[in-house]
Structures are given as C-alpha cells and as structure tokens.
Design a protein around this ligand. Structure first.
Ligand code: R5P
Length: 326
C-alpha cells in the first residue's frame, strides 16, 4: 500500500544510517513507522529509494551527521531530502541531532572555510524547509540559512537525570569561556550554589590540539561540581578541566555532555581522570564500550525530539517548554 491516499498533515519519518536506533525510539514514542531508504551501490555511491507515497506529506529526515562517517552521513541526508522534494513532499524537516562541522563556524584564521555554513547551505539547497538540531556548537549558525532553524537543548533530558542524583551544594562549571551561558542555564535549572569557569588556551593551528586548563574563576572547594559541555571529542577539554577542578579541592566532579563523539582514546582518558560520572546522550550512535562503561550514563534524547516533532505538527511553540535559557 505504498501509494494509498492519506489525510492532510500526515507525516512520515525517514532515517539514514547514522543513528537508526534513535529514529526508532522516536518513532515508537510517536506511534509511527520509521522508513530506512538508504543503501549503497557496489561502487560506494549512496542509493536512496523511499517506498511510501510522500505527496503533500510532511517528511522528517532523522540523521545526525556524526563520526565515524560524517561526510557519508551528510550525503545520505541531502539525498533523502532531494528524493522527498522530488516526490512532492509538502514540508521537509531535517532533524540533525548532532550537526557535523558545527565547530568550524567562523573564519578563525586566514584561508580557511566556514565549513558549517557550507554544510547548512547544502542541506537547505537540497530542499529542507527547516533544520532541527540539539545544542548546536554556536547558535549564530541558525543565520547560515534563510529557512527556520530550531535548536533544542539537551537539558530537557539531562536535567531530570542530574536532579535524580540529589546532589547537594552543586556548582556548575564550564570547561571553557565559550560555555558560560550553558553553565549559567544549568545552574539556574539545578538551583546550584554557584558557577565556575575554567580558562583554557588552545593552539588553533593544530588540529585537535590538546586543550590546556589554566586557571579557574569561581569557588569549587568542597563542592560537588558538574561540568557541562556541548560535546566531547578527544576528551582534552573536559578532562583537563575536571582534573584541575579536583586538584583545587572539589569534593566530586561529574560531567554532563550532550554529544559523545569519543574520538581516539577519549573513553580511556575518562576512565583515568577525576571524573566520577560522565552523563551523555544518544544523539550519536555510541559504541558498546561506551554504553557499558561503568563511569558512563546515557540519557535518551528521543523524548525531546518526539515532543519537538509533535509540536511542529500541531503548531505549538517549541520555546515555551523546551528551552534551557529563561
Ligand atoms: C569547544 O569549544 C567545545 O565546546 C568542546 O569543549 C570541545 O570541542 C571538545 O573537544 P575535545 O574533547 O577534543 O577537547
């Protein structure tokens, strides 16, 4: 029944190969099916064939553009969008929980691209009417396209998990100066006794250069400290900050980090660090050694994305219920 007529405002969920498990979780909450239209030709080219009729339907394409195949996943995303547009979908929403290239969001030295802007432009040009992300590295990126860009906050899912720990006298810390707004938001929501900021220096000429913790603003002595960040890649930033905070007298250090890229030996570094517990989400498909690690707690982001889809469909505000910053 692939071409059966349907009611207006019906919608379809599509998933590529970057995080089909998350897409299925979202679909289960919404009591929908999720279609997986991507395969690969023998020469390595991506093949997309969408089975259901899409005419006048809203189409949600769920695809984080994350490691280990960030470029392939971008290609899958834009080909699914193109297929949906050519099949006369009435609205196409790119749900990109982790937005790859998001850290390359400005020209921080001469003769480098603004890669994130290029990627956003490709997604829009392919036919996306809206992009939805979670904790995009910098929110100004929403201006890279003309279409609406809804950035959601993983705090919707992380805050209840942190509150459940019933930590007393909590201080929320940012591992760098770029994360101060995020730390302030978490501190408000957790009624924390204070915030702290670790200052780091990073050599921008070296890819993934190890971040250096330098100094700390705020009082962490004897406190349960929660470090918050948008992502962990090599682990350099968060681990340097955690070890420094512990060294200057914190009682305990935990980390809540939205996107778990875990490149290289990041997991081993967490294991050997002062971080007592590492709380993250499933925006990215996490390898089993991360999922099973005793220091790691994974909180699902599916309820947040399902609620966002429900609200987009019903025309309700996203900001009223889903925003971190008040
Ligand atoms: C930096 O601005 C980001 O918010 C992260 O702190 C950083 O990108 C994490 O990278 P890594 O884990 O490699 O230090």
């Amino acid at each position: 029944m692939t071409d059966a007529p349907h009611l207006d405002n019906d919608y379809i969920l599509l998933a590529g190969r970057s995080n089909p498990t998350l897409a299925k979780e979202i679909a289960k909450i919404l009591k929908k099916d999720v279609h997986e239209p991507v395969s690969v030709f023998s020469d390595g080219e991506v093949r997309v064939k969408i089975e259901p009729n899409l005419r006048r339907r809203h189409v949600y394409v769920i695809q984080p553009t994350c490691p280990p195949n960030v470029n392939d996943y971008i290609m899958e995303l834009v080909l699914m969008i193109d297929a949906a547009r050519r099949a006369s979908a009435s609205e196409i929403i790119a749900i990109v929980p982790y937005f790859g290239y998001g850290r390359q969001d400005r020209k921080e030295m001469p003769r480098v691209p603004i890669s994130s802007s290029v990627v956003a432009g490709i997604i829009e040009k392919a036919g996306a009417d809206r992009i939805v992300t979670i904790d995009i590295h910098s929110e100004q990126q929403e201006g890279f396209i003309h279409a609406p860009w809804d950035n959601l906050y993983a705090s919707y899912s992380l805050i209840p998990a942190i509150r459940a720990k019933k930590l007393k006298d909590i201080v929320v810390a940012s591992p760098d100066k770029g994360g101060v707004l995020r730390a302030t938001g978490y501190a408000k929501l957790l009624a924390a006794s204070g915030i702290a900021i670790v200052y780091k220096e990073r050599d921008i000429n070296v890819n993934d250069a190890l971040s250096q913790s330098q100094t700390l603003i705020g009082d962490v002595k004897g406190k349960d400290v929660l470090l918050v960040d948008d992502l962990i890649s090599t682990g350099g930033t968060i681990i340097n900050a955690a070890n420094y905070i512990k060294k200057v007298g914190a009682k305990s250090v935990r980390a809540a980090v939205t996107h778990g890229l875990f490149t290289g030996p990041a997991l081993k570094k967490i294991e050997d660090s002062s971080i007592e517990e590492f709380i993250t989400t499933n925006t990215i498909t996490l390898p089993s050694e991360v999922l099973k690690h005793p220091k790691v707690t994974v909180v699902s982001i599916a309820p947040l994305l399902a609620e966002a889809i429900r609200r987009i469909e019903s025309g309700e505000s996203l900001s009223n219920a889903l925003f971190l910053r008040t």
